[in-house]
Design a protein around this ligand. Sequence first.
Ligand SMILES: NC(=O)c1ccc[n+]([C@@H]2O[C@H](COP(=O)([O-])OP(=O)(O)OC[C@H]3O[C@@H](n4cnc5c(N)ncnc54)[C@H](O)[C@@H]3O)[C@@H](O)[C@H]2O)c1
Length: 275
Amino acid sequence: MGVANEHSIAWGIAEAFRREGARLAFSYAVDSMERRVRPLGESIGAAYIGPCDVREDEQLDAFFEEASAALGRIDTVVHAIAFSNKDDLRRPVHEVSRAGYLEAIDISAYSLIGVAQAALPYMGTGSNLLTITYMGAEKVVPGYGLMGPVKADLEAIARYLAASLGAYGIRVNAISAGPVRTLAARGIPRFGGLLDVAATASPLGCNVSTQCIGDVAACLCSPMFCSVTGEVIHVDCGFHIMGVPAQLEAWKEAGRAEALKEQEERASGVQSEAE
Ligand SMILES: NC(=O)c1ccc[n+]([C@@H]2O[C@H](COP(=O)([O-])OP(=O)(O)OC[C@H]3O[C@@H](n4cnc5c(N)ncnc54)[C@H](O)[C@@H]3O)[C@@H](O)[C@H]2O)c1
């Protein structure tokens, strides 16, 4: 759940699962996304592709009923879904509207509970639920705004679901991914700066790809990880362990370059308004 296009993290995961022999089903959030998701799903032989807006309980129930009719027992559900309206995302947290926050938390965090409820009848011992989070849940990331507290909630939900679904033999884990240029990431202010900083400040000195995230997801959801549940696994080239950036000077340069670019953009906007 959460493929928007071939740059999506969910697509990287789908490709890795397919390579490892999984049979797959895909959801799309709204009708207008079907034309992107269907060809991708069909290109890797999806057993079912259908609508599922996670705000709608009926759509969740119908999606899992149809998916399990096509697949049989569901071994893994990947929840790679987030949304915030742009206005609220761009505001400092003290200015976020109640409506914007409730919408973001409904789609990006509560939906993991909605998905678990709808999928549970079709899962069993050894099944997995996997969600995707970001380090902004743990520490303040400038520009990530309301999504920081929303992701913190998502991670707590994953832990509580791991506790309650353990009785069914179902594991629940989260991957905390480093920044990746996707459709959802476009809404985050100064995202290019986050990429630069992550690449220069992480121990491995690079950014993650959706392929790396997919490979970790395939391992995590395999029986080799059968005793791991309730975890947040960081797939970020080690960025989250650093108190001070690995290459301080390069990191400063990256920040400076981004600030200069923004300044130039602002200046050209003012100029064209004046004209
Ligand atoms: N891109 C990053 O840098 C990054 C880093 C860490 C975590 N994440 C997380 O990874 C997940 C996937 O995002 P992505 O970066 O691949 O972007 P993406 O835009 O490719 O995927 C986001 C998906 O959420 C879906 N979605 C939004 N509203 C929905 C709704 N009401 N019902 C059902 N689906 C809905 C969209 O259709 C889309 O497929 C998100 O949870 C995101 O927060 C992204």
